[in-house]
Write a protein that binds this ligand. Sequence first.
Ligand SMILES: Cc1cc2nc3c(=O)[nH]c(=O)nc-3n(C[C@H](O)[C@H](O)[C@H](O)COP(=O)(O)OP(=O)(O)OC[C@H]3O[C@@H](n4cnc5c(N)ncnc54)[C@H](O)[C@@H]3O)c2cc1C
Length: 488
Amino acid sequence: MRISEGLHSKEDLPNRCGVLVVGGGMSGLSTALELGERGARDVVVVDPGPFTGFEHRSRTPHTAPLPGPPPWWRSASPHYAELPGVTGPLGGRSRCWHGVLLPVGRRLLAEHWPHDTADRLLGDGPGSYRAVTGELLDWRHAFGETRPDRTPDDPRAELKAVWPDLSLRPVPQAGWSVDGPEGRLVWAYSPLMAWARRGLARHTGLALPTVVPGLRAIRVLVQEGRARGVLFADSAGGSREVRADVVVLAAGTLENTRLHAQALAAAGDVVTRWPGLNDHVTHGYAIPLPRALADRWARSDHRFLWSDHEDELNANLFMEVHAAGLAEPVLDLWWMAQQEGPFRDEIRFDPPDGAVPGGTAAWAGQVTASFSPADEEQIRRRDEITGKLLEALDVGVAEERGFDDFDPAARAALATGTAHHYVSRLGTADHEAGTVPLGQRLDFGGRSRSVGGLFVTGPAVFPAAGAANPSLTILALAAHTADAVSGG
Ligand SMILES: Cc1cc2nc3c(=O)[nH]c(=O)nc-3n(C[C@H](O)[C@H](O)[C@H](O)COP(=O)(O)OP(=O)(O)OC[C@H]3O[C@@H](n4cnc5c(N)ncnc54)[C@H](O)[C@@H]3O)c2cc1C
Protein backbone atom coordinates (compact mmCIF):
# COMPACT_ATOMS: atom_id res chain seq x y z
CA MET A 1 0.00 0.00 0.00
CA ARG A 2 1.25 3.45 -0.89
CA ILE A 3 1.33 5.69 2.21
CA SER A 4 2.49 8.76 0.32
CA GLU A 5 4.62 9.48 -2.73
CA GLY A 6 7.59 7.08 -2.50
CA LEU A 7 6.49 5.80 0.91
CA HIS A 8 5.08 2.26 1.08
CA SER A 9 3.91 -0.25 3.67
CA LYS A 10 6.03 -3.34 4.21
CA GLU A 11 3.76 -5.52 2.06
CA ASP A 12 5.12 -3.59 -0.94
CA LEU A 13 8.75 -4.33 -0.15
CA PRO A 14 10.35 -5.67 -3.35
CA ASN A 15 12.34 -8.93 -3.26
CA ARG A 16 15.21 -7.32 -5.11
CA CYS A 17 16.58 -3.83 -5.77
CA GLY A 18 19.68 -2.05 -7.01
CA VAL A 19 20.69 -0.22 -3.82
CA LEU A 20 19.29 -1.17 -0.43
CA VAL A 21 19.74 1.49 2.27
CA VAL A 22 19.42 0.16 5.83
CA GLY A 23 18.06 2.92 8.08
CA GLY A 24 15.78 5.85 7.22
CA GLY A 25 17.30 8.55 9.43
CA MET A 26 19.57 11.51 8.75
CA SER A 27 22.27 9.60 6.87
CA GLY A 28 20.13 6.95 5.12
CA LEU A 29 17.46 9.23 3.65
CA SER A 30 20.08 11.81 2.59
CA THR A 31 22.17 9.16 0.86
CA ALA A 32 19.06 7.81 -0.92
CA LEU A 33 18.20 11.33 -2.17
CA GLU A 34 21.77 11.88 -3.36
CA LEU A 35 21.60 8.56 -5.23
CA GLY A 36 18.29 9.59 -6.79
CA GLU A 37 19.90 12.80 -8.00
CA ARG A 38 22.67 10.78 -9.63
CA GLY A 39 20.10 8.88 -11.65
CA ALA A 40 19.79 5.72 -9.53
CA ARG A 41 16.16 4.60 -9.96
CA ASP A 42 16.11 1.37 -7.99
CA VAL A 43 16.88 2.57 -4.45
CA VAL A 44 14.96 1.20 -1.45
CA VAL A 45 15.30 2.51 2.13
CA VAL A 46 14.09 0.24 4.96
CA ASP A 47 13.64 1.37 8.57
CA PRO A 48 12.00 -0.21 11.63
CA GLY A 49 9.82 2.90 11.65
CA PRO A 50 6.96 3.39 12.30
CA PHE A 51 5.88 6.25 10.03
CA THR A 52 4.54 8.98 12.33
CA GLY A 53 4.59 11.96 9.95
CA PHE A 54 7.03 14.10 7.99
CA GLU A 55 7.44 17.09 10.25
CA HIS A 56 9.86 17.73 13.04
CA ARG A 57 8.86 16.38 16.46
CA SER A 58 10.88 18.63 18.74
CA ARG A 59 11.34 16.05 21.44
CA THR A 60 13.62 13.02 21.77
CA PRO A 61 12.84 10.04 19.55
CA HIS A 62 12.81 7.38 22.26
CA THR A 63 9.09 6.72 22.05
CA ALA A 64 8.65 3.97 19.48
CA PRO A 65 10.40 0.67 20.18
CA LEU A 66 12.01 -1.29 17.35
CA PRO A 67 10.26 -4.50 16.30
CA GLY A 68 11.78 -7.08 18.66
CA PRO A 69 13.92 -6.14 21.64
CA PRO A 70 17.32 -4.74 20.58
CA PRO A 71 20.08 -7.20 21.57
CA TRP A 72 22.16 -4.52 23.26
CA TRP A 73 23.33 -4.00 26.77
CA ARG A 74 25.64 -1.57 28.59
CA SER A 75 28.46 -1.94 31.02
CA ALA A 76 28.77 1.83 30.83
CA SER A 77 26.55 2.98 33.67
CA PRO A 78 25.69 5.85 34.01
CA HIS A 79 26.65 6.44 30.38
CA TYR A 80 24.60 5.26 27.40
CA ALA A 81 21.59 4.62 29.66
CA GLU A 82 19.47 4.95 26.50
CA LEU A 83 20.98 3.54 23.33
CA PRO A 84 21.09 6.44 20.86
CA GLY A 85 19.59 5.69 17.44
CA VAL A 86 18.36 2.23 18.36
CA THR A 87 14.73 3.26 18.76
CA GLY A 88 12.68 5.84 16.95
CA PRO A 89 10.19 6.64 14.20
CA LEU A 90 10.95 6.77 10.47
CA GLY A 91 13.26 9.73 9.96
CA GLY A 92 15.35 8.78 12.99
CA ARG A 93 16.86 11.65 14.85
CA SER A 94 16.52 13.98 11.86
CA ARG A 95 12.99 14.46 13.17
CA CYS A 96 14.09 15.85 16.52
CA TRP A 97 17.57 17.35 16.06
CA HIS A 98 18.16 21.06 16.68
CA GLY A 99 19.58 21.92 13.28
CA VAL A 100 22.99 23.13 14.54
CA LEU A 101 25.40 23.20 11.59
CA LEU A 102 29.08 23.20 12.52
CA PRO A 103 31.98 21.77 10.50
CA VAL A 104 34.72 19.56 11.91
CA GLY A 105 37.81 21.76 12.50
CA ARG A 106 40.44 22.05 9.73
CA ARG A 107 43.32 20.90 11.94
CA LEU A 108 41.48 17.75 12.94
CA LEU A 109 40.47 16.99 9.35
CA ALA A 110 44.07 17.42 8.20
CA GLU A 111 45.46 15.21 10.97
CA HIS A 112 42.92 12.38 11.11
CA TRP A 113 40.74 12.24 8.01
CA PRO A 114 41.66 10.81 4.58
CA HIS A 115 42.96 13.70 2.45
CA ASP A 116 40.49 13.18 -0.41
CA THR A 117 37.52 13.35 2.01
CA ALA A 118 38.91 16.36 3.90
CA ASP A 119 39.66 18.22 0.65
CA ARG A 120 36.15 17.63 -0.58
CA LEU A 121 34.55 18.73 2.70
CA LEU A 122 36.60 21.93 2.64
CA GLY A 123 36.03 22.65 -1.07
CA ASP A 124 33.11 24.31 -2.85
CA GLY A 125 31.38 21.53 -4.77
CA PRO A 126 28.59 19.09 -3.85
CA GLY A 127 29.42 17.33 -0.59
CA SER A 128 31.36 20.33 0.79
CA TYR A 129 30.55 22.11 4.03
CA ARG A 130 30.03 25.33 2.12
CA ALA A 131 27.51 23.84 -0.31
CA VAL A 132 25.51 21.92 2.33
CA THR A 133 25.39 24.84 4.76
CA GLY A 134 24.32 27.21 1.99
CA GLU A 135 21.43 25.09 0.83
CA LEU A 136 20.19 24.34 4.35
CA LEU A 137 20.19 28.05 5.22
CA ASP A 138 18.32 28.70 1.94
CA TRP A 139 15.83 25.99 2.93
CA ARG A 140 15.33 27.70 6.29
CA HIS A 141 14.73 31.05 4.62
CA ALA A 142 12.24 29.47 2.20
CA PHE A 143 10.17 27.99 5.02
CA GLY A 144 10.86 30.36 7.90
CA GLU A 145 8.85 33.31 9.05
CA THR A 146 10.43 36.40 10.56
CA ARG A 147 9.18 37.08 14.04
CA PRO A 148 6.99 40.19 14.33
CA ASP A 149 8.23 40.76 17.91
CA ARG A 150 11.91 40.49 16.97
CA THR A 151 14.25 42.76 18.99
CA PRO A 152 17.65 44.09 17.91
CA ASP A 153 19.26 43.11 21.24
CA ASP A 154 22.80 41.84 21.20
CA PRO A 155 24.15 40.69 24.58
CA ARG A 156 27.65 40.35 23.19
CA ALA A 157 28.64 43.93 23.95
CA GLU A 158 28.04 43.37 27.70
CA LEU A 159 29.83 40.04 27.65
CA LYS A 160 32.79 41.54 25.80
CA ALA A 161 33.26 43.99 28.62
CA VAL A 162 34.07 41.09 30.97
CA TRP A 163 35.68 38.74 28.43
CA PRO A 164 37.29 40.91 25.72
CA ASP A 165 38.74 38.13 23.56
CA LEU A 166 35.50 36.14 23.50
CA SER A 167 34.25 35.82 19.94
CA LEU A 168 30.58 34.83 19.97
CA ARG A 169 28.60 34.26 16.78
CA PRO A 170 24.96 33.30 16.22
CA VAL A 171 24.80 29.50 15.78
CA PRO A 172 24.10 28.53 12.15
CA GLN A 173 20.92 26.42 12.25
CA ALA A 174 18.92 24.50 9.65
CA GLY A 175 15.79 25.43 11.56
CA TRP A 176 14.72 27.55 14.49
CA SER A 177 12.99 27.35 17.83
CA VAL A 178 9.85 29.05 19.04
CA ASP A 179 8.97 29.57 22.69
CA GLY A 180 5.36 28.62 23.34
CA PRO A 181 3.24 28.14 26.46
CA GLU A 182 4.23 24.45 26.69
CA GLY A 183 7.93 24.99 26.32
CA ARG A 184 10.39 25.40 23.53
CA LEU A 185 9.45 23.91 20.18
CA VAL A 186 12.29 23.24 17.77
CA TRP A 187 11.72 22.88 14.07
CA ALA A 188 14.56 21.76 11.80
CA TYR A 189 15.26 20.18 8.43
CA SER A 190 14.70 16.48 7.93
CA PRO A 191 15.52 14.70 4.66
CA LEU A 192 12.15 12.96 5.15
CA MET A 193 10.50 16.27 4.21
CA ALA A 194 11.52 15.62 0.58
CA TRP A 195 8.82 12.90 0.56
CA ALA A 196 6.30 15.62 1.48
CA ARG A 197 7.80 17.99 -1.14
CA ARG A 198 9.09 20.33 1.56
CA GLY A 199 12.75 19.38 1.21
CA LEU A 200 15.76 21.11 -0.36
CA ALA A 201 15.27 23.14 -3.53
CA ARG A 202 17.26 20.63 -5.59
CA HIS A 203 14.86 17.83 -4.59
CA THR A 204 11.92 19.51 -6.29
CA GLY A 205 10.71 17.23 -9.05
CA LEU A 206 13.10 14.40 -8.11
CA ALA A 207 11.80 10.84 -8.58
CA LEU A 208 11.81 9.84 -4.92
CA PRO A 209 13.46 6.60 -3.74
CA THR A 210 11.15 3.98 -2.20
CA VAL A 211 10.94 4.04 1.60
CA VAL A 212 9.48 1.15 3.60
CA PRO A 213 8.96 1.46 7.38
CA GLY A 214 8.32 -1.36 9.84
CA LEU A 215 11.27 -3.72 9.24
CA ARG A 216 14.52 -4.08 11.14
CA ALA A 217 17.73 -5.34 9.53
CA ILE A 218 18.99 -8.46 11.27
CA ARG A 219 22.05 -9.10 9.10
CA VAL A 220 23.61 -8.47 5.73
CA LEU A 221 23.47 -11.50 3.41
CA VAL A 222 27.02 -12.21 2.24
CA GLN A 223 28.07 -14.76 -0.36
CA GLU A 224 31.55 -15.21 -1.77
CA GLY A 225 32.80 -12.10 -0.01
CA ARG A 226 30.08 -9.86 -1.45
CA ALA A 227 26.92 -8.32 0.03
CA ARG A 228 23.89 -9.80 -1.71
CA GLY A 229 21.05 -8.30 0.31
CA VAL A 230 19.66 -8.03 3.84
CA LEU A 231 17.52 -10.18 6.16
CA PHE A 232 14.81 -8.11 7.89
CA ALA A 233 12.47 -8.86 10.81
CA ASP A 234 9.04 -7.37 11.47
CA SER A 235 7.27 -6.83 14.78
CA ALA A 236 4.99 -9.85 14.20
CA GLY A 237 7.98 -12.21 14.30
CA GLY A 238 8.14 -12.61 10.52
CA SER A 239 11.24 -12.20 8.38
CA ARG A 240 11.94 -11.05 4.82
CA GLU A 241 14.99 -11.24 2.59
CA VAL A 242 15.65 -8.48 0.10
CA ARG A 243 18.35 -9.08 -2.52
CA ALA A 244 20.40 -6.10 -3.72
CA ASP A 245 23.47 -5.26 -5.79
CA VAL A 246 24.66 -2.79 -3.17
CA VAL A 247 23.88 -2.45 0.56
CA VAL A 248 24.40 0.87 2.39
CA LEU A 249 24.37 0.69 6.20
CA ALA A 250 22.84 3.86 7.68
CA ALA A 251 21.31 2.57 10.91
CA GLY A 252 23.13 4.82 13.40
CA THR A 253 26.57 4.09 14.87
CA LEU A 254 25.61 1.22 17.18
CA GLU A 255 23.53 -0.81 14.73
CA ASN A 256 25.89 0.04 11.84
CA THR A 257 28.75 -1.43 13.85
CA ARG A 258 26.78 -4.60 14.55
CA LEU A 259 25.61 -5.09 10.97
CA HIS A 260 29.11 -4.38 9.65
CA ALA A 261 30.72 -6.77 12.16
CA GLN A 262 28.29 -9.54 11.20
CA ALA A 263 28.93 -8.94 7.48
CA LEU A 264 32.69 -9.16 8.04
CA ALA A 265 32.23 -12.38 10.01
CA ALA A 266 30.17 -13.83 7.18
CA ALA A 267 33.11 -13.05 4.89
CA GLY A 268 35.40 -14.93 7.29
CA ASP A 269 36.80 -12.05 9.38
CA VAL A 270 35.39 -12.31 12.91
CA VAL A 271 36.06 -9.03 14.79
CA THR A 272 34.42 -8.87 18.21
CA ARG A 273 35.84 -5.61 19.66
CA TRP A 274 35.18 -2.25 18.01
CA PRO A 275 37.11 0.51 19.76
CA GLY A 276 36.87 4.21 18.98
CA LEU A 277 33.28 4.74 20.10
CA ASN A 278 32.94 8.35 21.24
CA ASP A 279 30.21 10.86 22.07
CA HIS A 280 30.54 14.52 22.92
CA VAL A 281 31.31 15.59 26.49
CA THR A 282 28.69 18.18 27.42
CA HIS A 283 28.85 20.26 30.58
CA GLY A 284 27.94 23.74 31.67
CA TYR A 285 25.99 26.04 33.96
CA ALA A 286 22.29 26.87 34.22
CA ILE A 287 22.18 30.54 35.26
CA PRO A 288 19.05 32.46 36.38
CA LEU A 289 18.59 35.60 34.25
CA PRO A 290 16.60 38.77 34.96
CA ARG A 291 13.25 38.44 33.12
CA ALA A 292 13.45 41.75 31.21
CA LEU A 293 16.93 41.02 29.82
CA ALA A 294 15.99 37.42 28.97
CA ASP A 295 12.82 38.44 27.14
CA ARG A 296 14.68 40.87 24.91
CA TRP A 297 17.60 38.49 24.38
CA ALA A 298 15.29 35.53 23.58
CA ARG A 299 13.53 37.52 20.82
CA SER A 300 16.77 38.71 19.23
CA ASP A 301 18.96 37.04 16.60
CA HIS A 302 21.46 36.42 19.38
CA ARG A 303 19.47 34.00 21.51
CA PHE A 304 21.76 31.10 20.62
CA LEU A 305 25.46 31.97 20.43
CA TRP A 306 28.59 29.99 19.84
CA SER A 307 32.32 30.44 20.34
CA ASP A 308 34.90 28.23 18.63
CA HIS A 309 37.61 26.81 20.94
CA GLU A 310 38.29 23.71 18.84
CA ASP A 311 42.00 24.38 18.38
CA GLU A 312 43.04 25.06 21.97
CA LEU A 313 40.36 23.13 23.92
CA ASN A 314 38.80 20.60 21.53
CA ALA A 315 35.51 22.25 22.41
CA ASN A 316 32.82 24.74 21.41
CA LEU A 317 31.15 27.03 23.92
CA PHE A 318 27.41 27.72 23.53
CA MET A 319 25.01 30.18 25.19
CA GLU A 320 21.26 29.93 24.87
CA VAL A 321 18.43 31.66 26.73
CA HIS A 322 15.62 29.37 27.91
CA ALA A 323 12.39 30.96 29.07
CA ALA A 324 9.58 28.72 27.82
CA GLY A 325 8.28 26.09 30.21
CA LEU A 326 10.29 27.50 33.14
CA ALA A 327 9.01 29.71 35.97
CA GLU A 328 11.79 32.22 35.18
CA PRO A 329 14.37 32.49 32.39
CA VAL A 330 17.67 30.67 32.53
CA LEU A 331 20.86 31.03 30.51
CA ASP A 332 22.40 27.75 29.42
CA LEU A 333 26.18 28.28 29.15
CA TRP A 334 27.74 25.01 28.05
CA TRP A 335 30.69 23.33 26.43
CA MET A 336 30.48 20.57 23.90
CA ALA A 337 33.84 18.84 23.62
CA GLN A 338 35.49 15.92 21.96
CA GLN A 339 36.30 13.04 24.30
CA GLU A 340 40.03 12.99 24.94
CA GLY A 341 41.89 10.20 23.17
CA PRO A 342 42.95 7.49 23.33
CA PHE A 343 39.28 6.45 23.59
CA ARG A 344 38.67 3.58 25.96
CA ASP A 345 35.07 3.26 24.86
CA GLU A 346 34.10 0.38 22.64
CA ILE A 347 31.38 -1.88 21.34
CA ARG A 348 31.90 -5.59 21.91
CA PHE A 349 30.05 -8.53 20.44
CA ASP A 350 29.74 -12.07 21.67
CA PRO A 351 28.74 -14.13 18.64
CA PRO A 352 26.53 -17.01 19.79
CA ASP A 353 28.51 -20.27 20.32
CA GLY A 354 28.51 -22.58 17.36
CA ALA A 355 27.02 -19.93 15.08
CA VAL A 356 27.90 -20.15 11.41
CA PRO A 357 30.11 -17.19 10.52
CA GLY A 358 27.88 -14.13 10.55
CA GLY A 359 25.02 -16.15 12.09
CA THR A 360 21.35 -15.89 11.27
CA ALA A 361 20.35 -13.84 14.31
CA ALA A 362 21.34 -10.33 15.40
CA TRP A 363 24.45 -10.44 17.56
CA ALA A 364 24.18 -9.10 21.08
CA GLY A 365 26.32 -5.99 21.49
CA GLN A 366 27.76 -4.41 24.60
CA VAL A 367 28.63 -0.72 24.97
CA THR A 368 31.43 0.22 27.36
CA ALA A 369 32.09 3.91 28.00
CA SER A 370 33.49 6.20 30.66
CA PHE A 371 35.26 9.53 31.03
CA SER A 372 39.05 9.15 31.09
CA PRO A 373 41.20 11.07 33.62
CA ALA A 374 42.08 13.40 30.70
CA ASP A 375 38.35 14.08 30.15
CA GLU A 376 37.91 14.88 33.85
CA GLU A 377 40.91 17.23 33.68
CA GLN A 378 39.57 19.00 30.59
CA ILE A 379 36.13 19.39 32.20
CA ARG A 380 37.81 21.07 35.18
CA ARG A 381 39.88 23.31 32.89
CA ARG A 382 36.88 24.43 30.85
CA ASP A 383 34.79 24.95 34.02
CA GLU A 384 37.49 27.26 35.32
CA ILE A 385 37.12 29.40 32.20
CA THR A 386 33.33 29.62 32.42
CA GLY A 387 33.60 30.04 36.22
CA LYS A 388 35.71 33.19 35.72
CA LEU A 389 33.09 34.55 33.33
CA LEU A 390 30.38 33.96 35.93
CA GLU A 391 32.52 35.63 38.61
CA ALA A 392 33.01 38.68 36.38
CA LEU A 393 29.26 38.81 35.78
CA ASP A 394 28.80 38.58 39.54
CA VAL A 395 26.77 35.37 39.35
CA GLY A 396 26.81 33.13 42.43
CA VAL A 397 27.61 29.47 41.75
CA ALA A 398 26.35 26.48 43.74
CA GLU A 399 29.05 24.01 44.76
CA GLU A 400 27.39 20.84 43.48
CA ARG A 401 29.28 18.69 41.01
CA GLY A 402 28.47 15.32 39.45
CA PHE A 403 26.24 14.00 36.70
CA ASP A 404 23.18 16.06 36.03
CA ASP A 405 21.44 17.35 32.90
CA PHE A 406 20.45 20.87 32.00
CA ASP A 407 16.76 20.60 32.96
CA PRO A 408 17.29 19.58 36.63
CA ALA A 409 20.17 22.08 36.88
CA ALA A 410 17.89 24.84 35.53
CA ARG A 411 15.18 24.04 38.08
CA ALA A 412 17.73 23.98 40.91
CA ALA A 413 19.18 27.29 39.69
CA LEU A 414 15.73 28.91 39.76
CA ALA A 415 15.00 27.51 43.22
CA THR A 416 18.22 28.87 44.73
CA GLY A 417 18.93 31.91 42.54
CA THR A 418 22.47 30.64 41.90
CA ALA A 419 24.08 29.07 38.83
CA HIS A 420 24.03 25.27 38.87
CA HIS A 421 26.64 23.08 37.25
CA TYR A 422 25.80 20.06 35.11
CA VAL A 423 27.74 17.31 33.33
CA SER A 424 25.72 15.16 30.93
CA ARG A 425 26.37 11.47 30.56
CA LEU A 426 27.99 10.08 27.42
CA GLY A 427 25.35 8.86 24.99
CA THR A 428 22.95 11.67 25.80
CA ALA A 429 24.38 14.07 23.18
CA ASP A 430 23.26 11.53 20.52
CA HIS A 431 26.54 12.21 18.69
CA GLU A 432 27.93 8.68 19.05
CA ALA A 433 30.54 8.07 16.35
CA GLY A 434 33.85 6.58 15.33
CA THR A 435 33.68 2.76 15.31
CA VAL A 436 34.15 2.13 11.55
CA PRO A 437 36.44 4.98 10.47
CA LEU A 438 37.03 6.06 6.87
CA GLY A 439 40.52 5.27 5.68
CA GLN A 440 40.82 2.15 7.84
CA ARG A 441 38.17 -0.50 7.24
CA LEU A 442 36.44 1.76 4.75
CA ASP A 443 37.58 3.46 1.58
CA PHE A 444 36.44 6.71 0.01
CA GLY A 445 32.69 7.20 0.42
CA GLY A 446 32.46 4.46 3.05
CA ARG A 447 33.06 1.47 0.75
CA SER A 448 34.02 -1.64 2.74
CA ARG A 449 37.52 -2.88 1.93
CA SER A 450 36.57 -6.43 2.95
CA VAL A 451 33.02 -7.05 1.70
CA GLY A 452 32.17 -6.22 -1.91
CA GLY A 453 29.09 -4.05 -2.52
CA LEU A 454 28.88 -2.95 1.13
CA PHE A 455 29.00 0.71 2.29
CA VAL A 456 28.70 2.37 5.69
CA THR A 457 27.56 5.96 6.20
CA GLY A 458 26.76 8.22 9.16
CA PRO A 459 28.92 9.26 12.11
CA ALA A 460 30.23 5.70 12.63
CA VAL A 461 32.66 6.47 9.78
CA PHE A 462 34.17 9.63 11.35
CA PRO A 463 37.92 9.05 11.88
CA ALA A 464 37.79 11.84 14.50
CA ALA A 465 34.66 13.70 15.54
CA GLY A 466 36.16 16.90 16.93
CA ALA A 467 33.88 19.21 18.87
CA ALA A 468 31.40 19.92 16.08
CA ASN A 469 27.84 18.62 16.08
CA PRO A 470 27.89 15.79 13.53
CA SER A 471 24.96 16.34 11.17
CA LEU A 472 26.54 18.84 8.77
CA THR A 473 29.29 16.28 8.18
CA ILE A 474 26.73 13.42 7.95
CA LEU A 475 24.80 15.32 5.26
CA ALA A 476 27.97 16.18 3.33
CA LEU A 477 29.24 12.58 3.47
CA ALA A 478 25.93 11.36 2.01
CA ALA A 479 27.05 12.92 -1.31
CA HIS A 480 30.45 11.21 -1.06
CA THR A 481 28.79 7.83 -0.46
CA ALA A 482 26.34 8.34 -3.32
CA ASP A 483 29.26 9.10 -5.67
CA ALA A 484 31.15 6.02 -4.53
CA VAL A 485 28.05 3.80 -4.93
CA SER A 486 27.26 5.15 -8.38
CA GLY A 487 30.89 4.93 -9.48
CA GLY A 488 31.49 8.71 -9.60
C1 LIG B 1 17.33 16.03 20.61
C2 LIG B 1 18.48 15.95 19.63
C3 LIG B 1 19.04 17.12 19.13
C4 LIG B 1 20.09 17.04 18.21
N1 LIG B 1 20.58 18.21 17.70
C5 LIG B 1 21.59 18.16 16.79
C6 LIG B 1 22.07 19.36 16.20
O1 LIG B 1 21.57 20.45 16.47
N2 LIG B 1 23.10 19.28 15.31
C7 LIG B 1 23.66 18.08 14.97
O2 LIG B 1 24.60 18.08 14.17
N3 LIG B 1 23.20 16.92 15.50
C8 LIG B 1 22.18 16.93 16.39
N4 LIG B 1 21.69 15.76 16.91
C9 LIG B 1 22.32 14.48 16.50
C10 LIG B 1 21.83 14.01 15.14
O3 LIG B 1 20.42 13.98 15.11
C11 LIG B 1 22.39 12.61 14.88
O4 LIG B 1 23.80 12.66 15.00
C12 LIG B 1 22.05 12.10 13.50
O5 LIG B 1 20.65 12.02 13.31
C13 LIG B 1 22.65 10.72 13.28
O6 LIG B 1 22.31 10.28 11.99
P1 LIG B 1 22.17 8.73 11.70
O7 LIG B 1 21.62 8.56 10.34
O8 LIG B 1 23.46 8.06 12.03
O9 LIG B 1 21.13 8.24 12.81
P2 LIG B 1 19.55 8.49 12.86
O10 LIG B 1 19.18 9.81 12.33
O11 LIG B 1 19.12 8.15 14.25
O12 LIG B 1 19.00 7.37 11.86
C14 LIG B 1 19.23 5.99 12.08
C15 LIG B 1 18.00 5.23 11.58
O13 LIG B 1 18.33 3.85 11.55
C16 LIG B 1 17.21 3.10 12.01
N5 LIG B 1 17.68 1.79 12.48
C17 LIG B 1 18.23 1.49 13.67
N6 LIG B 1 18.52 0.17 13.70
C18 LIG B 1 18.14 -0.35 12.51
C19 LIG B 1 18.18 -1.65 11.94
N7 LIG B 1 18.67 -2.70 12.61
N8 LIG B 1 17.67 -1.83 10.70
C20 LIG B 1 17.18 -0.78 9.98
N9 LIG B 1 17.15 0.48 10.46
C21 LIG B 1 17.62 0.68 11.72
C22 LIG B 1 16.57 3.97 13.08
O14 LIG B 1 15.21 3.63 13.26
C23 LIG B 1 16.79 5.37 12.50
O15 LIG B 1 15.68 5.80 11.74
C24 LIG B 1 20.63 15.77 17.82
C25 LIG B 1 20.07 14.60 18.32
C26 LIG B 1 19.00 14.68 19.22
C27 LIG B 1 18.40 13.40 19.74
